[in-house]
Design a protein around this ligand. Structure first.
Ligand code: HEC
Ligand code: HEC
Length: 438
């Protein structure tokens, strides 16, 4: 009897021991090993927040299929495809062509007026598949699956399109910090710039937050077209993967381009009730920013020049995040959102080198295609952190190196560009070394 009891006790003891070590093991090893590194999470997260980050990460690399809502028209099958490469989750994609978007439109006026590129008088050619060109469709990419049904052919760019614009996929490191800067901060910068130098002043473009229906400062996208990361993510699900969500009811799929018969075999719209959007947003929100390299004499000289030439007027070296930052919990009971506070994002310095405002960059950089109320020559000041990990620069990727990117500055940055060009070669090098250390 005693022996039997001892054996049971032993079993219980060993079992409990095993269970505890399993939990501890799991707890320790579910920690991201890459905290603070590119593609890893920001510093200072709680174990629970880290676990949620790790759980959300696969959504970013997941290759979506038509049954999951991909298409019917799309440009890529995963976020990672355009925003990452091996060893650089969230960074720039491998090549310029497949990872960029192409938009097109036509000038409305004809004759003399048409020759003078006007910013607003244009049509987005929606009846011909505009304003964004979709490179793929479910029936072109999954031919065997739809072999005997109706087809959704991708359209070519119409011949009467006289404006096309390529936009590259920006890296996403640190976007959660940009998201956590308050609207009041951006409005304050705008006011300060008006006082300091009205000629160079940037502009906040208010955008309607389609969830709360309130006006908020635009800050994401090359045209600052979205006020926060969640709405930008919804836009990207749509423009990148063709996955519709309930926050983005304006869908191209209503334009009659998808044959009714094909529509019937595709999943119902909207494709996502919140789960995909929120997981993707959470993952990006906690992505670590690129770490600045330790300064040396050269970069220190370059930093002084950066300020002296007024690059820092637009590319502001440091902003601060809000004192309270709430993020939607990726495990929310959808369609309801539950918020969680992320103290690691609160009151943090952000060395992104941007004012997040729109600036008129002159004729050479203008694509002539307005977006909402933004004119063709206006672009959001590009963040400069992580430049050393990049392969191409500027909104359309036209610059292969930093020198070319600076040379292309015009409009409100014309004076700063000219001052850069007037520098002796050694000082130019110092400035470029500084940019490469961000
Ligand atoms: C086919 C390529 C492609 C795919 C796929 C894609 N993106 Fe993008 N992404 C872009 C391009 C191009 C832009 C710039 C668009 C613009 O500014 O209008 C962009 C911009 C963004 C931005 C704005 C960054 C900033 O600094 O303002 C975010 C955030 C983003 N994408 C997230 C995602 C997420 C999340 C997914 C997956 C749902 C995704 N993207 C899928 C190409 C892509
Ligand atoms: C008036 C505001 C303004 C000033 C001044 C300015 N920039 Fe810019 N900068 C921008 C904007 C806006 C963009 C994005 C333009 C585009 O992509 O078409 C940009 C883009 C860049 C890029 C490319 C980044 C990328 O993501 O591709 C670099 C590098 C750069 N600026 C460096 C500089 C330097 C160095 C100076 C000073 C000599 C400077 N800028 C002065 C507004 C400014």
């Amino acid at each position: 009897m005693d022996k039997q009891r001892d054996t049971i006790k032993l079993f219980v003891l060993v079992g409990t021991g095993l269970l505890i070590s399993c939990i501890v093991f799991n707890w320790v090893f579910s920690y991201s090993p890459d905290v603070g590194k590119l593609g890893g999470p920001i510093d200072g997260l709680t174990p629970e927040q880290l676990r949620k980050f790790d759980a959300a990460r696969p959504m970013f690399v997941h290759r979506f299929e038509p049954d999951e809502g991909l298409g019917p028209f799309f440009n890529g099958q995963s976020c990672y495809e355009c925003h990452g490469s091996p060893g650089s989750l969230g960074g720039q994609g491998n090549d310029l062509e497949t990872t960029s978007f192409v938009r097109f439109g036509a000038l409305q006026a004809d004759g003399v007026e048409k020759a003078a590129i006007r910013d607003r008088d244009m049509t987005h050619l929606k009846d011909q598949g505009g304003p964004q060109f979709y490179k793929k469709s479910v029936t072109t990419e999954f031919q065997s699956k739809y072999s005997d049904g109706p087809r959704a052919e991708t359209w070519t760019i119409p011949e009467n399109a006289d404006l096309t614009s390529k936009l590259i996929a920006p890296p996403l490191f640190g976007v959660g910090l940009l998201n956590a800067i308050s609207d009041a901060t951006l409005e304050h910068i705008e006011e300060q710039q008006i006082e300091l130098n009205p000629y160079m002043r940037g502009r906040v473009e208010d955008q309607i937050d389609s969830l709360t229906h309130k006006l908020k400062c635009g800050r994401f996208g090359w045209k600052s077209q979205q006020p926060n990361l969640m709405l930008m993510t919804a836009e990207m699900m749509h423009r990148g993967l063709g996955i519709t969500s309930f926050v983005d009811p304006e869908t191209i799929f209503e334009s009659g381009r998808t044959p009714e018969k094909l529509r019937r075999v595709l999943p119902p719209e909207p494709n996502d009730a919140g789960n995909i959007m929120v997981k993707l947003t959470y993952f990006q929100t906690l992505l670590a920013p690129p770490a600045k390299l330790a300064p040396n004499e050269k970069t220190q000289r370059g930093e002084i020049l950066f300020d002296k030439l007024q690059c820092s007027f637009c590319h502001i070296p440091e902003l601060t995040t809000s004192s309270k930052v709430l993020v939607v919990d990726p495990d929310s009971p959808f369609p309801k959102f539950r918020h969680m506070e992320i103290t690691a994002l609160e009151d943090k310095p952000v060395h992104a080198y941007t004012d997040l405002l729109l600036h008129n960059m002159g004729k050479e950089l203008a694509d002539g295609l307005p977006e909402k109320h933004t004119t063709g020559g206006e672009w959001r000041t590009a963040p400069l952190w992580g430049l050393r990990f990049r392969k191409y620069f500027l909104h359309d990727g036209r610059a292969a190196n930093l020198q070319e990117a600076i040379n292309a500055h015009g409009g409100q940055a014309e004076v700063a560009k000219k001052s850069f060009l007037a520098l002796p070669p050694s000082e130019k090098e110092d400035l470029l070394a500084f940019l490469n250390s961000l």
